[in-house]
Design a protein around this ligand. Structure first.
Ligand code: XIL
Length: 449
């Protein structure tokens, strides 16, 4: 029997899905040069994100750059404690929702920022101490993470809990004064509220491996991992300027944390300066992330220089007129050089066959494999038969789609079913799946709108 030509039918979720090896041509080639930051990063298994300010969503230059270039979104202020719980017990999600909805409508994932922090606390919380504050903090974590459950790729559960300087100790704050275990209590509450979100500790001045603060955070993460405290990732804010330049040991820092068994993410990148010096530093950051298999993505802290919280330092990738700077070109070129950082030829192959769906919907979606890493793989879908397609991509637990390109994507509440529509980029789109040990290929359906 010729297995290449034989059609086989299987019933999956009540639909007849037909699959054929003949149409599932494997797509093993190296990635093409991406023309935007998000596409280039995603084709290589990472994301490239930006912070978005809700107040700028009415600026069409801003939104068109953000939509074109980035595939991960962080709310710059709108999901912080003062925004989400302005009065104790009274939650306010309108501003956060505006950003999450914009992200989801444009096929982007969201980093949640942040659940527990000494700064930007509502005034009622600033006045609290002790067990009532601990209780209020845990309630906040639970309520906000529950509200956004299923919509958040990663939460900055705790932000900036370590002191600057040579102590390597915790920062004094009202939260710290509730007891040293406040951080792990926050992580446990977040895990219960949203078991599928990656839970990160996020901080600044943790870039230089030899700094006491970096070592203090490292020891905390090491301790959490050894005691089973639920932590999945460490965020490096990466706000750089001449007084705090990109350290030459940045790669060592990222790799050392990754070796503890957590993902690392660059969460708020900006580098003050201009021209080739700024471009070189940006390139170095991208290089360092590319060299660490568990560096899952980079987020810059704003779109244009004029959008930055440090606008006078012109620290971003686009100038105030929305034009690409030298730093942008350097980042894109560096992303495009990227190879799989840790290809694992010994990884098990897919445990199911590719699926296509010519099934009566007026179009056919064909899956092909992209690159594979230890923790994730890329897939590509090619649609034939119609240009008004609607493709669903269903992944099996514990898989999560963490990035998409060339598609306008939305997710169901479980996060397992992505519905993709054309975004003007043609009839081929792709995505990255964090597989969590499940190498099964996704199930596809295709219908026309
Ligand atoms: C900044 C915002 O960009 C500003 O708009 C706001 O006024 C202050 O906060 N570390 C963080 C971010 O974790 O939340 C901060 O964002 C920048 C430093």
């Amino acid at each position: 029997m010729n297995r290449q030509r034989r059609w086989r039918a299987a019933t999956i979720t009540g639909m007849v899905v037909v699959m054929t090896a003949a149409t599932a041509v494997l797509w093993q080639g190296t990635s093409s040069a991406g023309t935007t930051l998000g596409v280039s990063a995603a084709e290589r298994g990472r994301y490239f994100g930006t912070a978005i300010a809700g107040g700028r969503l009415s600026d069409s230059q801003y939104t068109s750059i953000a939509n074109r270039e980035f595939n991960m979104i962080t709310a710059e202020n709108e999901m912080k404690l003062d925004a989400t719980e302005p009065n104790q017990g009274q939650f306010s999600f309108g501003s956060g929702d505006q950003i999450v909805n914009w992200a989801v409508a444009n096929g982007k994932r969201v980093r949640g920022h942040t659940l527990a922090w000494h700064s930007q606390q509502p005034s009622w919380m600033q006045r609290m101490e002790g067990s009532s504050l601990r209780q209020a903090m845990l309630n906040h974590v639970t309520r906000v993470a529950t509200y956004y459950r299923g919509k958040i790729y990663a939460w900055d559960v705790v932000n900036e809990a370590f002191a600057d300087g040579s102590s390597g100790a915790r920062r004094d704050s009202n939260l710290q004064r509730t007891g040293n275990d406040w951080i792990e209590a926050a992580f446990r509450a977040a895990r219960s509220a949203d078991p599928n979100a990656k839970l990160c500790y996020n901080d600044y001045n943790t870039d230089n491996w030899s700094h006491a603060k970096t070592q203090g955070v490292y020891r905390m993460v090491q301790d959490f991992k050894s005691r089973g405290v639920p932590i999945d990732c460490v965020g490096f804010q990466a706000h750089f300027n001449s007084g705090n330049p990109v350290p030459s040991n940045y790669h060592t820092t990222l790799q050392s944390f990754a070796d503890l068994g957590v993902d690392v993410q660059i969460t708020e990148l900006d580098i003050e300066g201009s021209g080739s010096s700024q471009a070189d530093q940006y390139r170095g950051i991208v290089q360092a992330c590319q060299a660490v298999a568990r560096c899952t993505g980079i987020t810059v802290w704003g779109v244009r220089d004029s959008d930055s919280w440090r606008a006078s330092g012109t620290p971003l990738l686009f100038n105030g007129n929305g034009q690409k700077k030298a730093a942008y070109d350097a980042v894109l070129a560096q992303l495009n050089t990227g190879q799989p950082t840790n290809p694992s030829p010994s990884s098990p192959g897919p445990s199911t066959s590719p699926t296509t769906d010519p099934g009566g919907g007026g179009c056919t979606a064909t899956y092909s494999e992209g690159q594979k890493w230890n923790d994730r793989f890329n897939g590509q879908v090619t649609v034939t038969g119609s240009s008004n397609w609607i493709v669903t991509v269903t992944v099996g637990s514990p898989q999560r789609i963490t990035a998409t390109w060339n598609v306008s994507a939305t997710w169901d509440s479980s996060g397992n079913v992505m519905t993709g529509r054309p975004n003007g980029g043609g009839n081929t789109f792709g995505f990255t799946v964090q597989h969590g040990g499940n190498w099964a290929w996704p199930t596809l359906t295709c219908r026309t709108s």
